[in-house]
Design a protein around this ligand. Sequence first.
Ligand code: PGA
Ligand code: ZN
Length: 421
Amino acid sequence: MPSIEELYALEILDSRGRPTVQATCTLGSGACGTASVPSGSSTGRAEAWELRDGDPSRYGGLGCRTAVTNINGEIRRALSGREIACQAELDRQLCELDGTSTKARLGANAILAVSIAFARAVAQAQAQPLFGYFAGLLGATPRLPQLTVNLFSGGKHAGGQVPIQDVLVVPSSARCVDEALAMVYAVYQAATALCLDKYGMRALTADEGGLAPPFLNADAMICDAVMAIERAGLRPGEDIDLAVDVAASHFFADGCYWLGHERLASHGMITRIRAWLDRYPIISVEDGLAEDDWAAWPDLNTVLQGRALTLGDDLLCTNPARIQRAVEQYAANALLLKVNQVGTLTEAAEACRLARAAGWAVVVSARSGETEDSWLADLATGWAGDFIKVGSITQSERLAKYNRLLEIEARHRLPFGGDHH
Ligand code: PGA
Ligand code: ZN
């Protein structure tokens, strides 16, 4: 049984230059693990609480010194020298110590940093790769995920020049990560050339590395993605499919979807999404409706059934109770899994288990604020995610994950790709 010898945290910066939390956990055996936590901007309202200092004179209030102090003080005092039976036991103790339903007291950022640092330390103690340890938490058979890679961005990730947030490419005909990345590179290069020709723009990128020219509207954004695939000499809908993160919560106000100059009711939004599906090779629609528009989600799910995944991000917030509700109401059929939305590995595993039990697909996702830590690649592999969603291929905090997938692929003989594409 591992015992925690020492916990140590510090404030580091994420890919947007904002503070986040890194923790190191040392076990009695000497095994040691360090982990950094990501942070979102297009956040769901039901997410666990990311603790920020709120001191406007430092990082505009976004400092994480309080979360760090919570690890170096209270959490360390409670856990160091203690034997911890397993991950679930650690995560339960962290939640109990926090004592709130949203992890608002100690901070979900502090709690998650400890949860993952412990996982890494135990994996090292057991001399197994991190993905193997993660697989053990869920009883899953490791498998490398298919990639979904940001090509074009709008919404909160790109200053809102177009309301929908991301158009992603899915290299469906690839047989391994290595091949998938080479195909994505070709499309990304073609898209860069297209931006220059059509918009007179060099490759200015959004938070997750997607290209962000001034698209006329959402349709143009999706249509340009198809053109980029063709310019790369690949076949849309055969070699490369599309996924869309509509992130509709962020343009929903007063009961309506404000899609550029248009004002759509829920059924109008669903009709629009259906029209996109008729025209473009879209295999996944994330947050096609707003997080609280529960009444309309079953209709969207029905419309998409058999054609594209109804993927819930803000809707579900990796929250077991919300997933349960969505299963019962037939509101979605795929989970976007972001561990920091719920705050511990054990709760994220529970979310994954619920989704799988309902026959859903699982997309393991990074955040817009990421670090160079690569644990997400191990998580997506260990939990046999159908897809991984990391962002684009031009920024090191994204590449840390892709490069880790390449490393896992090269060193371990694992199957690739899920059943859901
Ligand atoms: P984030 O959004 O900015 O909250 O990480 C990513 C997403 O919507 O999938
Ligand atoms: Zn999203």
